[in-house]
Write a protein that binds this ligand. Structure first.
Ligand code: ADP
Ligand code: NI
Length: 215
């Protein structure tokens, strides 16, 4: 478990100054949630799950010119530097490749229970009160308006069109966030998602009611 402690410290330092929604606070929450989900999945390898959670955003494609291999490569470099065994490195790389949402019309299957737990944990952090805050923080980072009723949401059916999207932030709720509760792999994650989803729906109803400045 030395490797986990070292990885947590390494990632905490790497992400200390990140303000775009991929901060250490996000990774820490995903790590804690993945651990919680793992309690109900005794068949999952705890170390692989936790390393996957800690390293899942190590080099996000959005911030590396669309290089999807940047994450797995950076994770491999770190784990090699710690003399982690090759099979462990390969399993963590696979989690990182499989974790991301790629558009409403794009399937994101997982090939291991550990990847399922990390993907669920990451998606839970995109919904609820924190999810709302992260969406608007991301939109602000990109200089997007909060909402524009004239721009309809799009169900992106390719990763490329999802990536090129520059729509107002409220569209992201229709294009991703409201669908996440139906795309989870584990029962515990589905339970956690219920309240977060309901909270988000209530928030959106208030947002739209206040939009015209009269309610
Ligand atoms: P994932 O965790 O599935 O890889 P991302 O890394 O794409 O998701 O997103 C990180 C955070 O930024 C999430 O909270 C996500 O909802 C938010 N986000 C991503 N794209 C947008 C967008 N176009 N508008 C608003 N928020 C976004
Ligand atoms: Ni993430």
């Amino acid at each position: 478990m030395e490797l986990l402690t070292a990885t947590a410290h390494f990632i905490e330092q790497q992400f200390a100054d990140e303000g775009s929604g991929h901060d250490w606070a996000h990774i820490r929450r995903v790590w804690l949630m993945a651990r919680r989900l793992a309690l109900a999945a005794p068949e999952a390898d705890r170390e692989v799950t936790e390393l996957g959670a800690l390293l899942h955003d190590i080099a996000d494609w959005k911030f590396h010119g669309g290089d999807y291999e940047a994450g797995p490569r950076a994770a491999r470099a770190w784990l090699c530097s710690q003399h982690a065994p090759e099979p462990l490195i390969a399993r963590v790389e696979t989690i990182i490749r499989e974790v991301s949402f790629k558009g409403l019309g794009v399937e994101t299957p997982v090939s291991s229970i550990e990847a399922a737990l990390v993907q669920d944990a990451d998606r839970l952090d995109a919904i609820g009160a924190i999810g709302i805050a992260r969406a608007f923080a991301y939109g602000g980072h990109k200089g997007r308006p909060l909402h524009d009723p004239a721009i309809a949401p799009v169900a992106h059916d390719s990763f490329a069109s999802y990536q090129q999207n520059t729509a107002p932030t409220l569209n992201h709720f229709y294009e991703k966030l409201l669908h996440l509760k139906d795309r989870l792999h584990t029962d515990v994650a589905r339970q956690v998602a219920q309240e977060r989803h309901a909270y988000m729906e209530g928030y959106m109803a208030r947002f739209l009611a206040e939009w015209d400045g009269v309610d």
